[in-house]
Design a protein around this ligand. Structure first.
Ligand code: AMP
Length: 212
């Protein structure tokens, strides 16, 4: 099973990807997470990506396409995978097509801009285990302020989740990523999901669509 998760930043793709990964027993390939890891480790790729990420711009296509190409060729991706945050441009989607990857479903999670702002500016992430929380959403707050429920490490706000950068990331999404909705509509694989519901309901809806 190979799934693409589309949708603007902050619609809950990461949360859904993590749950779907367990339910379907397939890996998540999140280009955003891979880039943030590279940034943390100080690798050449991380250094190259840093200014793009900090400014809410897209990292050049050839960098992210290279990451995905390498990942999907590994043994642990044989069963399938969930692509979270890739492709993000038509050119990346064409690169994926040219890798002769048969995508089963493309899930577009839809959320209004005002809800996205609230979610992204309230998002807190554990730098150790990657768990995400949201101080603006009941049921998604950590039990103890600024502390990860799972590993007790400190939660941080992503530098690119500031109000200004969020605004820019949404513009980038509208201009460069949203055209993918039509691109995938034409393949007949696209499913649009209302993302303004409890996360559990969204997961069930996605699973229902996948099984169809
Ligand atoms: P995300 O965690 O998916 O919101 O990604 C965070 C940042 O990483 C984005 O704002 C981009 O700077 C970069 N990024 C992640 N995935 C891609 C991609 N497929 N193409 C270009 N840049 C990406």
């Amino acid at each position: 099973m190979k799934i693409v998760l589309l949708g603007a930043p902050g619609v809950g793709k990461g949360t859904q990807a993590a749950v779907l990964s367990k339910r379907l027993n397939i890996l998540v390939i999140s280009t955003g997470n891979i880039l943030r890891e590279a940034l943390k480790s100080g690798s050449d790729m991380g250094k190259k990506a840093k200014s793009f990420i900090d400014q809410g711009q897209l990292v050049p296509d050839e960098v992210v396409t290279g990451i995905v190409k390498e990942k999907i060729s590994q043994d642990d991706c044989k069963n399938g995978y969930i692509l979270d945050g890739f492709p993000r441009t038509i050119s990346q989607a064409e690169a994926l097509r040219d890798m002769h990857i048969k995508i089963d479903k493309v899930i577009d999670i839809n959320v209004s801009d005002s809800v996205i702002y609230e979610r992204m500016t309230g998002r807190r992430v554990c730098m150790s285990c990657g768990s995400t929380y949201n101080i603006n959403t009941a049921g998604r707050r950590p039990k103890v302020d600024n502390t990860c429920d799972k590993c007790a490490d400190t939660l941080v706000k992503r530098t690119d989740d500031s109000k200004e950068t969020v605004k820019h990331r949404l513009e980038v999404y509208r201009n460069q990523t949203e055209p993918l909705v039509n691109y995938y509509k034409e393949t007949g694989k696209l499913v649009i999901i209302n993302g303004e519901r409890p996360p559990e309901e969204i997961t069930e809806k996605i699973l229902e669509e996948i099984r169809n």
